[in-house]
Design a protein around this ligand. Structure first.
Ligand code: PLP
Length: 434
């Protein structure tokens, strides 16, 4: 009878999902045919469970964000405590509260150099849009309103708000709507390409350059050697504000606290989200250097900073973020990410040895990818991912721009044995597809 009730509930939920829930970034017609693949019910560590009783490895930490792993009761407790005390309060104008103040201080302590002041948002898209508006505001205050172009890299992903969609360098996101915002441009990932763009357009028309330390959604692409040092120099010489989008890479994902730390880069602005709460509550932010913030203060006079979201500095999200960061520090997870990152690369090397269809691999900490080439017209990564599902792992295929890539970003708490389990599943899935 139990089983029957559960089956009935499952079928009911599938029907309701199809009727009433438009899924983000989804194939909506296919969804009507197939319904939801998983209806998740709970999670623990690197595993998710669904309503049909399947236990699945979450090899991408859901959306590169559940960094400390699923089922952390401590975060639930801190959220409940904060909600019971002060579930919401505005931070507009001069209002404040302790969780947002403590978190802003903690972010200042963790971020490199003099990145010391944070504006909070609900996520990464809003963080990037905030940065784009802020740099334009800054140049306007400096008497250069025509210095407004935002330059980003091809294959970048910066989110789906109007500005962040426009900065994203992946065509399918542009094609979804009629046109991207004006004054957004995409360049190839070389210092020469940026130089050529500046020469052509004029530095006096360019407000900022934005990049991820490691491109995530675009296929886990590591930067060319020396690229960031050179790009930062070019930006300095041309008075172009350098924005690092650390939405995926922030808070330990790459085996250092921030991706920027690998390249000894202190950007003028850093955007953060995802890993700041490990996904337990929505939160993002734009972090400014002291130099930029002081200048903004001086330039503003009696003018307003006319930008703010209702949920900027949400007290529950901030309390959750503080506890999440405490756990990362207490459990030495960034160090662990470095070690497990090496295990992951060893696993990728094994896959390469055993499969002709594995062309290459790359990784930094627990952010990695395997490049496939089976000599077929169609990419095989989606088929490999389907085979992974059958074997108890949720995988991620990247097929933008003719790529055929498997991306990995498991929770920081993954063990050596679990890395091997993941690799074994990918191995078996490749065998099934080949
Ligand atoms: N920037 C990067 C590098 C991302 O990977 C993402 C999300 O995947 C975003 C921005 C957008 O963040 P959000 O989905 O929280 O708006």
């Amino acid at each position: 009878a139990m089983m029957k009730d559960l089956q009935k509930k499952y079928e009911e939920l599938v029907d309701l999902d199809k009727a009433h829930f438009l899924h983000p970034t989804s194939s909506i017609k296919q969804h009507q045919e197939n319904g939801p693949a998983f209806i998740f019910t709970e999670g623990e560590g690197i595993y998710l469970k669904d309503i049909q009783g399947n236990k699945l490895i979450d090899s991408l930490s859901s959306l590169w964000n559940v960094n400390i792993g699923h089922g952390r009761k401590e975060l639930g407790e801190v959220a409940a405590e904060q909600m019971g005390k002060l579930g919401f309060a505005s931070t507009f104008a001069t209002w404040s509260h302790e969780p947002v103040i403590r978190l802003a201080q903690k972010v200042a302590e963790m971020t490199p150099g003099d990145l010391n002041t944070t504006f909070f948002t609900s996520g990464g898209s809003e963080a990037n849009d905030t940065a784009f508006k802020t740099v334009r505001h800054y140049w306007k205050l400096k008497g250069q309103p025509e210095k407004k172009k935002i330059v980003s890299r091809k294959k970048s992903y910066h989110g789906v708000a109007m500005g962040s969609t426009s900065a994203t360098g992946l065509k399918p996101f542009h094609d979804f709507t009629t046109s991207i915002a004006p004054d957004f441009h995409h360049v190839d990932s070389s210092a020469d390409a940026l130089r050529a763009f500046i020469d052509e357009e004029g530095a006096e028309t360019i407000a900022a350059f934005i990049t991820e330390p490691v491109q995530g959604s675009g296929g886990v692409n590591l930067p060319p050697d020396g690229y960031f040092q050179e790009v930062q120099q070019i930006c300095k010489e041309n008075n172009i504000i350098f924005i690092m989008d650390e939405v995926i890479t922030g808070f330990g994902r790459t085996g250092k606290t921030f991706g920027s730390d690998h390249f000894n880069i202190v950007p003028d602005i850093m955007c953060i989200a995802k890993g700041i709460t490990s996904g337990y509550a929505p939160l993002g932010g734009m972090v400014l250097t002291e130099r930029l913030y002081k200048e903004l203060i001086d330039l503003s006079g009696d003018g307003m900073f006319m930008h703010g979201y209702t949920y900027s500095g949400h007290p529950v999200s901030c309390a959750v973020a503080l506890k999440n960061i405490e756990i990362i520090e207490r459990e030495g997870l960034v160090e662990h990410v470095r070690e497990m990152g090496e295990e992951l690369l060893r696993g990728f090397e094994m896959l390469k040895q055993e499969h002709d269809s594995v062309k290459d691999y790359r990784g930094l900490g627990l952010l990695g990818a395997v490049g496939l080439d089976a000599g077929t017209e169609e990419p095989i990564a989606p088929k490999v991912v389907s085979e992974c599902f059958k074997r108890g792992m949720i995988g991620r295929a990247v097929v933008y721009d003719g790529q055929d890539t498997l991306a990995f970003a498991p929770p920081f708490v993954i063990t050596k044995e679990q890395v091997q389990e993941m690799i074994d599943i990918v191995h078996e899935s490749l065998v099934a597809v080949e």
